[in-house]
Design a protein around this ligand. Sequence first.
Ligand code: SF4
Length: 277
Amino acid sequence: MKTERKSFKGKSLYRPTGKAGEYSAWACNFYTGCSNNCSYCYCKRGVMSHVWSEEPMLKKCFKDSDNAIAVFEKEMLANIDELRKTGIFFSFTTDPMIPGKTLELTMEAVSLALRNDVPVQILTKRADWLDAEVWKTMCATINPDYKKIAIGFTLTRRDDLEPGASPHTERIAAMKRCYELGCHTFASVEPIVDIVNSECAMSDAYPFCELFKVGLMSGGAKPDKHELKALVNKWNSTLDKSGKKIYWKQSVIDYLGDDFTFWMDSCVDSDYNIFSY
Ligand code: SF4
């Protein structure tokens, strides 16, 4: 059951709507632009294209990173009751975990959120931050409850389309480390570039992944419907009774129409809260 969301749009925090709203109730963007440079990047096109760059740039509404953190803290505290329930998602307009570029500010904000009992969801295509000092320092300094941290990896298994990101195999290894650390883990299997690679990516992640989120390429070529239907049925069945969950994004449901099957024990909707389980 979807719940009505009040709108909020601050400089750092906001309530996403549309496709981004399928991901989280609240999100934080400090940067625009991204050196992962995925060929299918949605930020390169449409409404975000005027601020796109191949290097992350601090958003112009912030004077500097100190100002960005001060704004974040103020906006977080103003919405603290809701944020403690839903958590904050990092980020829709960059990869928030790029060492030396976005990771440092993300860690400052994550540290502040966790110290205020606000859970965080982080989506990345990088694996190298797990060995970065700033991540280790954050963990050592605040000794976080890792169940308040959900780490997601985007998995297409198409390294050729993501030239600046960590290779697929390194992302899987990083997911395993996060899982073993006690973090919640999720996989964003979006976009599906081709069914075979998405299927393999899901199998690779399965032992270490609590939640899969699967969606089609926005405005791109659509997969064969029979193959997609087979993927849906296989993973609904595989996850049934396992305690693991899958969220089929609206793009999949709309494309398959009557051929889409919702399984009560494995499928969740966009309001699913990974921190409640
Ligand atoms: S990781 Fe995300 S924001 Fe960065 S280039 Fe790829 S799709 Fe764009």
